[in-house]
Design a protein around this ligand. Structure first.
Ligand code: 5GP
Length: 196
């Protein structure tokens, strides 16, 4: 049994970053490598054409979201780009109890909440190599309309500043080369090389 699978040693790993930075791909790779489970968030955002319920998100109505949140079912939650997103608490608790690693792909507001509840969480902020590359990636996935792309790119600069000032991240990782980025995060997690 690998070290990170032994009971009581589960890691909670947070991956954040601006839109188009490659968070989903990095999370997918990390899940295979570590191994780890991906925390499927609940959201009120409508599914994109390539997304599957229960694999990418649990797509819920605003009423269902509010019910879950108000009954204490979420570890953290936030409103992002006009939609509600949250991390189901039960899955995280189960992973930690079983000594498994779980990966949360969440925004900065969510990371701040996770940090305050689980100070031992390992938190990473992915950075785009350049703004041009970020635009290319968002446009390339052909899932967002022009207005959504504009809003997401406009928000990126502010997000990077907010992430740095929040003091909430163990490491900032530039996602230039996918393998390198994943290797760095994996090394941080395995060697306990995080700041906290
Ligand atoms: P998208 O709509 O592109 O899938 O996600 C938009 C933003 O919401 C991303 O920054 C993503 O990391 C964040 N997000 C996704 N799930 C959650 C969640 O459960 N909690 C929080 N706080 N943010 C989330």
């Amino acid at each position: 049994m690998a070290g990170n699978e032994s009971p009581g040693k589960g890691n909670v790993v947070v991956i954040s970053g601006p839109s188009g930075v490659g968070k989903s791909t990095v999370c997918k790779r990390l899940c295979e490598r570590l191994p780890a489970r991906f925390s499927v968030s609940v959201t009120t955002r409508p599914p994109r054409p390539n997304e599957q319920s229960a694999r990418d998100y649990d797509f819920v109505s605003p009423e269902e979201f509010t019910r879950l949140r108000d009954s204490g079912g979420l570890l953290e939650w936030a409103q992002v780009y006009g939609h509600l997103y949250g991390t189901p608490l039960a899955e995280v608790e189960k992973a930690v109890r079983e000594g498994r690693t779980i990966i949360l792909e969440i925004d900065i507001q969510g990371c701040i909440q996770v940090r305050s509840k689980l100070p031992e969480a390992k938190t990473f902020f992915l950075m785009p190599p350049t703004p041009e590359e970020q635009r290319r990636r968002i446009e390339g996935r052909r899932t967002d309309d022009a207005e959504s792309i504009r809003r997401r790119l406009e928000k990126a600069d502010g997000e990077i500043r907010y992430a740095m000032e929040s003091g909430c991240y163990d490491a900032f990782i530039v996602n230039d080369d996918l393998d390198e980025a994943v290797n760095k995060i994996e090394a941080f997690i395995r060697q306990g090389g995080c700041a906290r």
